[in-house]
Write a protein that binds this ligand. Structure first.
Ligand SMILES: NC(=O)c1ccc[n+]([C@@H]2O[C@H](COP(=O)([O-])OP(=O)(O)OC[C@H]3O[C@@H](n4cnc5c(N)ncnc54)[C@H](OP(=O)(O)O)[C@@H]3O)[C@@H](O)[C@H]2O)c1
Length: 320
């Protein structure tokens, strides 16, 4: 079969021949891949930098996708850490990590949406006690996951949704998705701190896709401006687009009732993540969320890797 194949972590994958997968037990089933998303998680898998990476090469990247079973039915699958990923004509799925999807669903849309959407869906359902009416701040709201986080928070009944990201035009577009306020993180430090304090100090939950210096500079202004610092603020770390580390002043933890946690593979079990997905699949199928997906042939994987997306909000999906 053909697949996107990583031969060295120093180079992007290329379209190549790869041995057909063979099912060897009841937890394995070969499916025809219809679509698989090129998520940031897949880029870090393919360059060996994700925290789950092993040194195993050659590697077919792709952590999830939509496939067709031998009986013609469709499923959405999440793969375990494996060197035989989803960016191939066929892959090996575990039926226990798969969700049946209706044949009417658009595989490209579903493959584009599931990974970024589940980041906030799982965080709000599993990592915090989120109740309708609560207020949410999203740090990194202009990306695929951030845009879906706005829509997920709205769907789950958030009262106020403050969307923070870079670029006035992209931020303005977030209001239509459900953002009630925006903060432009591209400003100077003082202005950003003041805006965050004015618009988001009293939120209940922070969904943080950025971390690094952006988060570091946001913590104290937000905490110090809270009307009641003893009221719980749940800060959920989901991505680290702006940097992997922060320095956290000890005073932050004493001066406010802030609880830092994370959401991702490990902090939520695979079984826990999977339990949340059928409802999410159903909502995506119903058209609840607006998703910017663009399909590219798997044979163009090298170009797809190298090209910057035409729009920063766009999620590329490879189609064998
Ligand atoms: N834990 C989970 O369950 C989970 C699941 C899915 C995704 N994630 C993670 O979530 C993160 C975001 O994923 P994504 O799919 O949304 O990626 P994406 O579509 O590539 O979006 C990333 C966004 O971050 C913005 N950004 C980058 N640096 C920034 C900075 N310094 N300040 C403000 N904005 C900045 C980018 O905007 P610019 O154009 O301004 O750079 C872009 O809009 C990734 O780290 C991903 O691995 C985690």
């Amino acid at each position: 079969m053909h697949a996107a194949v990583v031969h060295t972590f120093a180079e992007p994958p290329r379209y190549d021949e790869f041995p057909d997968p063979v099912a060897t037990g009841p937890g394995e089933e070969v499916v025809e891949v219809l679509a698989s998303g090129l998520h940031p998680r897949v880029r870090s898998q393919a360059d060996g930098t994700h925290y789950t990476a092993t040194d195993e090469l050659p590697l077919v990247p792709g952590v999830d996708g939509v496939g067709r079973r031998a009986d013609g039915s469709l499923l959405y699958f999440v793969l375990p850490d494996t060197a035989l990923g989803a960016m191939a004509d066929k892959t090996l799925v575990d039926p226990g990590r798969s969700i049946p999807v209706p044949n009417s669903i658009d595989p490209v849309l579903l493959a584009a949406a599931m990974n970024p959407a589940m980041s906030s869906w799982v965080a709000l359902k599993r990592r915090v006690t989120f109740t309708p009416g609560q207020a949410v701040l999203i740090l990194g709201a202009t990306g695929s996951a951030g845009r879906l986080a706005i829509q997920t928070a709205r769907f789950l009944g958030a009262g106020r949704i403050v969307a923070a990201g870079r670029g006035a035009e992209r931020l303005a577009a977030l209001t239509a998705l459900g953002a009630t306020d925006t903060v432009d993180l591209a400003g100077d430090d003082e202005t950003v701190a003041q805006e965050l304090a004015a618009k988001a100090a009293d939120v209940d939950v922070v969904l943080d896709y950025l971390w690094g210096p952006v988060t570091e500079k946001a913590i104290m202004p937000l905490l110090l401006a809270r009307t009641d610092r003893s009221r719980l603020l749940s800060w959920v770390e989901i991505g680290s687009v702006a940097g992997p580390d922060i320095a956290l002043p000890s005073a932050a933890l004493r001066q406010a009732n802030v609880c830092f946690s994370g959401s991702g593979q490990g902090s939520v079990s695979a079984a826990g993540i999977l339990r949340e997905l059928p409802d999410l699949v159903a909502e995506i199928g119903r058209g609840t969320f607006s998703v910017d997906a663009v399909a590219r042939p798997l044979a163009e994987v090298a170009e797809a890797w190298a090209d910057a997306p035409a729009r920063a909000t766009e999620r590329v999906v490879l189609v064998p």
